[in-house]
Structure formats: structure tokens, C-alpha cells
Design a binder for this molecule. Structure first.
Ligand SMILES: Nc1ncnc2c1ncn2[C@@H]1O[C@H](COP(=O)(O)OP(=O)(O)OP(=O)(O)O)[C@@H](O)[C@H]1O
Ligand SMILES: [Mg+2]
Length: 181
């Protein structure tokens, strides 16, 4: 299996969950040529002295994977954006939260496939934790305009829960419907 851009964004959003965030906003915007993603959280943040290490491709905090020294999320973000003429940034304030940004050139030959957007949204809405998640989705007219917003708390109100098989199926078809415009 290929590691897709949506796999990468799922990993980066998982970092936000793991940072204890109660509110996460994911902005996912496509133009004809570029994909721009912002993942903003209000979690524990990254201390300035750790930021240097986090931006180093061989860093992981060493707690999650005791036998592996290399994290996957951020190194892959850096590697992907840098090798395809894209942009990336991570800004963070300890105690306040973190924002991860990237702008990927979808026309570059080395850019990985985008992967499943609905699969990405479904995964980040269904982590077994308590958090608010806002997804802001936009696509420009040439590819079929899309402009919608999802709030996790509203989905839970509508579906009753997000952790049983039936609501997962309903969530899946709801997301597919939104993506079809
Ligand atoms: N949103 C965030 N808020 C706070 N800390 C973060 C955030 N994102 C990343 N970090 C810190 O940066 C480290 C590196 O992240 P990265 O995703 O590259 O690796 P990892 O999470 O340690 O391992 P993996 O993603 O492979 O499971 C994390 O261990 C965490 O300490
Ligand atoms: Mg991670």
C-alpha cells in the first residue's frame, strides 16, 4: 500500500489528538493545482527547544515507539513538501496549541496520490476520545466546486454516536454525499 497524502494528514491530526486537544480544526482546500491543509489544535503545544528536534526528520519523543527512533508524521510532511516544491510550517505555543500547515503542488511528478479524502475525514472524526473537530472543506470551481463544513458535535447529535458499526456506515455515506457536491 502507498502512503498517501491523506494518510499523512491522518497522522498529523492524530498528533493533535495525542497532544490532548479539546478542539481541532482541519482546513482542506483544493485549487486546480494545489492542495492546502491547515491542522490547528489547542493541545499542549511544543516547547521552543523541542521544535528544533521535531523539525528534524530523525526525531520522535521516544515514548510511543520504544524500538523506533524515527517519527513518521512530521518527517514525512517535511520530506514530501520539500521534494515536490511545496511549502510547510509548524508553529506552536506551549500550553496554547499547534498549527501545522502545508501547500502541496499536485502537478509535481513526485507528489504522492491524495488518497481517500472521505476516509481521512472519517478517521479523524472517530478517534475514541472526547474532542471537538471542525472540518472546513473547499474546492474551486474547475474541479467541481465544494464548500462545506463539518462539526463533530453536530454529527454525534445527529447519529447518536460515532463508535458503532451502523453509525460508521451512515457517517461514510454522509461524507461521500458531501464530496459528490
Ligand atoms: N500537534 C502537536 N502537538 C504537540 N506535540 C506534537 C504535535 N505534533 C507533533 N508533536 C510532537 O512531535 C513529535 C514528532 O511527531 P511525529 O508525528 O513526527 O512522530 P511521533 O508522533 O512521535 O510518531 P508516529 O507519528 O510515527 O507515531 C511527537 O512525538 C510529539 O512530541
Ligand atoms: Mg505522530
Amino acid at each position: 500500500m502507498h502512503y498517501t497524502l491523506c494518510d499523512l494528514f491522518t497522522d498529523l491530526t492524530q498528533n493533535a489528538i495525542e497532544a490532548g486537544s479539546s478542539r481541532i480544526t482541519v482546513e482542506f482546500t483544493e485549487t486546480e493545482t494545489h492542495l492546502t491543509v491547515y491542522i490547528r489544535d489547542n493541545g499542549k503545544g511544543i516547547a521552543p527547544e523541542d521544535m528544533k528536534k521535531v523539525k528534524d526528520p530523525f526525531y520522535t519523543d521516544g515514548k510511543k515507539h520504544p524500538n523506533r527512533k524515527v517519527g513518521l508524521g512530521i518527517p514525512f510532511l517535511i520530506q514530501t513538501a520539500s521534494s515536490t516544491g511545496g511549502e510547510w510550517d509548524i508553529t506552536s505555543k506551549p500550553g496554547a496549541g499547534t498549527t501545522v500547515f502545508c501547500r502541496i503542488d499536485m502537478t509535481h511528478i513526485d507528489t504522492p496520490p491524495v488518497g481517500s479524502i472521505t476516509g481521512f475525514f472519517r478517521q479523524i472524526l472517530t478517534f475514541p476520545e472526547s474532542y471537538e473537530m471542525e472540518i472546513v472543506r473547499k474546492r474551486t470551481a474547475k474541479n467541481g466546486a465544494l464548500d462545506y463544513r463539518i462539526l463533530r458535535s453536530e454529527l454525534i447529535d445527529a447519529l447518536g454516536s460515532l463508535d458503532d458499526a451502523e453509525s460508521m456506515v451512515l457517517l461514510g455515506s454522509y461524507l461521500e454525499g458531501l464530496e459528490e457536491g
